[in-house]
Design a binder for this molecule. Structure first.
Ligand SMILES: *Cc1c(COP(=O)(O)O)cnc(C)c1O
Length: 370
């Protein structure tokens, strides 16, 4: 097999002519971490770019989830989606809380608001939804339930970098929003992440918590963690931010070709795109209905791999089916039929800014000609 390898993702890398002068400057400054110059610059630049007021950088996208729950002093049970990356549920576990899984809406892959309400108990204190693949959750319905029952809402917005509804960011929904800047994500700082909140006082608490809880030289206000973003990755992030719009435009082109070519393939389905949403094209999931398509999802996945095209079965296995969580009462398959079906049928096709037209054609011919 000598077909060129097409990976599912490929990182946006800084232009070296732009990045190296910043590295030289960091060498001159000899300030490597702890809220340095580039850290502050990236926080400012991201706040402006994303249209949010208060953002704190983190060293990855998992620690802002853990810190958000800690910052809001969440207790008891947290309602969440099983159809996500494991870090979502892990963050609940790391705070000594009980995750309660709720099924998803088949049209978006996101938490079904009606089922959220059915899962509320006296111990429920928060909801942690995910905008899976960058598809916006039903933010209004979730907020209405949260307000009625007095619950906090912390969005895992790891896939929703710069996603907008009617031209307005969704990263200010609920009480807090987290982002991941991992190398596999649309926008990356190699490893990195952020926590977005609504006021200066909360940002201050978050900034203490990501630095061991230090508030000044000699005061520790809470058992915080070390989750600081360093200067080198902050500078890398500034360089990538300059080119992220072009990268998203390239992803969009690939997504449009996929969408048009797969629209009428029996047994292959996709999420519908909404006219009022500005997407970031972070993933391109397709769902394989074995009966109609003729071969199983895993058979298609294996065939693509044989031809050097790497898809990903995101999100399979479902979080609720991992050995560590499957004993929870909410983890049963009967409680989560939609999420289980999606996990059994999904393949994310390669999606990144470096895909050529020929790459897309090769991928499409594998899916169309089974
Ligand atoms: C990537 C991801 C995370 C974790 O981010 P890291 O930066 O890898 O720690 C959390 N939630 C979701 C939904 C993700 O996809």
């Amino acid at each position: 097999m000598n077909d060129k390898l097409i990976t599912v993702t490929s990182p946006l890398l800084p232009n070296l002519d732009e990045f190296i002068p910043l590295l030289k400057d960091i060498w001159d400054r000899k300030w490597l971490t702890n809220n340095g110059f580039y850290h502050k610059e990236l926080e400012k630049a991201l706040a402006e770019y994303l249209g949010v007021e208060y953002i704190s950088l983190f060293t990855n996208g998992t620690l802002p989830l853990i810190t958000a729950l800690q910052a809001m002093r969440i207790t008891g049970e947290v309602i969440t989606t099983p159809y996500s990356f494991v870090a979502t549920t892990h963050s609940i576990w790391w705070n000594g809380l009980t995750p309660v899984f709720v099924d998803v809406d088949p049209t978006t892959g996101n938490l079904d608001p009606q089922k959220i309400e059915e899962a509320i108990t006296p111990k429920t204190t928060a909801i942690m939804p995910v905008h899976v693949y960058g598809n916006p959750c039903d933010i209004e319905a979730i907020q209405e339930i949260a307000d009625r029952y007095g619950l906090a809402v912390i969005y895992d917005a790891a896939h929703a970098f710069n996603v907008k509804v009617n031209g307005r960011t969704i990263l200010d929904a609920g009480d807090m929003n987290t982002l991941s800047f991992h190398a596999t994500k649309t926008y990356n700082t190699i490893e990195g992440g952020a926590l977005i909140c609504h006021d200066a006082r909360t940002k201050k608490r978050i900034d203490y918590l990501k630095n061991f809880g230090f508030a000044g030289e000699t005061t520790v206000v809470a058992p915080g963690i070390n989750s600081k973003m360093d200067e080198i990755r902050s500078a890398y992030g500034l360089c990538n931010l300059k080119h992220i719009d072009d990268a998203i435009a390239d992803r969009k082109k690939a997504a449009q070709k996929y969408r048009a070519a797969l629209a009428n393939v029996p047994g292959i389905s996709m999420f519908k795109e909404r006219d009022d949403v500005t997407y970031n094209y972070s993933y391109f999931p397709i769902f394989v209905n074995e009966k109609e398509y003729g071969i199983s999802r895993d058979a298609l996945y294996a065939k693509m791999k044989e031809h050097n095209v790497l898809g990903r079965r995101y999100f399979y296995p479902l979080i609720s089916n991992f050995a560590i969580y499957r004993g929870l009462p909410s983890a049963s398959r009967e409680n989560l039929p939609v999420a289980n079906r999606m996990a059994d049928e999904v393949i994310c096709l390669p999606m990144h800014a470096g895909l050529t037209e020929a790459d897309v054609e090769r991928i499409l011919s594998l899916v169309r000609n089974k």
